[in-house]
Design a protein around this ligand. Structure first.
Ligand SMILES: [Zn+2]
Length: 297
């Protein structure tokens, strides 16, 4: 039997440093990173997140004109092509689930088990296989982040999933979401609501991780990753079974063909913790206290 493909799947909220982690992992010679694979269909159709970079691949070309992706999806792309698992985010059932992460697996697996999602799982399975064939790499990084997508990919028959749950201070995520909404002029986000939504999402991640307990998972903190990149990278290499390599000093794209990611990824940036959120809370002591409390969950 052919050797299975390992997919390192990053679970996290938005604004948590998943692009940094994905970029650091992509520097291993054993790894190919695809970015946020769940967003591939949206990038092809130029819908959903990605308008800032016109939904292009990180190489700068539209996905269907990019040499990497056009080869990968050549035999897979059809009318049913879908790369994002559908689940009822913010529904009453998910809200209840978020309060009881340890007794919600049945509900969560049920959300995955629809005909549409099974078709998406088959497509994802084919894409991982095709990425591996095109790149001649057996280890793929998928930074889709979505915790329900994480459950779904465990059903891909050609892969062995290895999960990394990337956590960040709830206050930093909250601040970053408010700032991003302002830049995008999408909506005015209020502090308390955004903090509650961040905690809600964190609990769904905890539920998913709990449901994935028969698979291997590793928790990494963004703050530790930014402060001690080599130490955290060694931890990940050990977990995946990768040869150790030197942690990069900069987050930068180099011949990458990744989908999605943070809008700032096109600039070369030093690997360092973004602490700009701290000033914001000096004027918001209650929100700061609530955020600190939310970090305990
Ligand atoms: Zn490309």
């Amino acid at each position: 039997m052919a050797e299975k493909i390992t997919v390192i799947y990053i679970i996290s909220d938005r604004r948590s440093g998943s692009t940094l982690l994905e970029n650091m992992l992509s520097k291993s010679e054993e790894i190919i990173s695809v970015g946020e694979l769940a967003m591939l269909k949206g990038h092809i159709n130029k819908q959903g997140s990605g308008a800032l970079w016109n939904w292009n691949c990180s190489c700068g070309k539209p996905v269907l004109e990019c040499e990497f992706w056009s080869e990968v999806i050549n035999d897979i792309y059809d009318d049913n092509f879908q790369t994002k698992i559908k689940w009822p985010f913010k529904s009453a059932k998910i809200t209840v689930t978020s309060f009881f992460p340890k007794s919600s697996c049945k509900t969560l697996w049920k959300f995955i088990s629809t005909r549409k999602n099974f078709s998406t799982i088959n497509t994802l399975n084919e894409i991982y296989q095709s990425v591996s064939n095109s790149s001649s790499k057996k280890i793929i990084v998928d930074s889709s982040k979505d915790p329900m997508q994480a459950l779904a990919i465990s059903k891909c028959k050609n892969i062995t999933p290895k999960y990394i749950w990337l956590k960040r201070d709830t206050r930093a995520i909250t601040y970053s979401k408010i700032k991003r909404a302002k830049i995008n002029k999408s909506s005015h986000k209020r502090g308390l609501r955004t903090l509650a939504a961040t905690l809600f999402f964190k609990n769904i991640c905890a539920s998913a991780i709990h449901c994935l307990k028969k698979y291997s998972t590793l928790n990494i903190s963004y703050e530790a990753l930014a402060a001690n990149p080599q130490q955290e990278l060694d931890k990940i290499c050990n977990y995946i079974g990768l040869k150790n390599y030197t942690a990069p000093d900069y987050m930068e794209l180099s011949n990458d063909h990744t989908i999605g990611g943070t809008p700032g990824r096109f600039e070369r940036r030093p690997v360092a913790e973004d602490t700009t959120w701290k000033n914001f809370y000096s004027r918001k002591p209650i929100l700061n206290l609530l955020g600190k409390f939310a970090n305990r969950f």
